[in-house]
Design a protein around this ligand. Sequence first.
Ligand code: SF4
Length: 247
Amino acid sequence: MNFYDLQVEITTEDIYRAEGAGYQQPPQPATRELHRRMLQEAQRLVRPRGVSRTVAVAEAGERWIRLAGGGVLTSRLLARLAGPAESLVLIIVTLGEAIDRRVEEYSRHRLPAEAYVLDAAGSAFIDAAGRQLAGLITEQFQDRGLKTTISLGPGHSYWPELQDQRVIFDLLQPADLGVRVLASGLMLPKKTVSLVMGVGRDLPESAENHCHYCHLKRSCPLSRAGSGHADTHIRHDASAPGSGRPS
Ligand code: SF4
């Protein structure tokens, strides 16, 4: 098990993006000031931390991968990209509870604009934190002569089985990070993501990131699919960092 303290930086542009706000012209001064203030507050509140563990692949089918020890992950895309992998690296990243509590406080005090922007700042932070840690772990495997797949995660359209999050949770036991899992499979704090990457020497080609495989790639504000398609943005060298999932 490896634990990570992450230094993550985002900008107000990242918050606008997480809100889905495509400003053609610069936003009003009051809007800019609100975002500047919420960014500063988010920077004080978040504590991006992560945990990872590498588990050998025991067996893979068309729609599932069984891990050594018995846990089964059920995604057709995961099986296609990481079925041939020697192992899977499982990752959980969280920002901690403080930002959730502050968003709730703003809502309770009828300050919806603050609540909305601070929540979007949290989404931008956890997205950046997930990608940062996936990139870091990818580099560590590269140093050992191993490749990784892009990172995938339960709860996206290409991996709808949210209960798989419990499988990842049970293997990582992230209670030290203050992360818990609900019966539904959702994790708390809200700004928490789980990621999975295949690790091996001979891995299939893929698109640049998981958004290319997502039904929401045209509408999701955090989509990194650009204007291309999964079959036109093939990643030959599985070295680019994966992408985190917004919560
Ligand atoms: S960030 Fe958005 S587009 Fe990308 S996989 Fe997640 S939900 Fe889909």
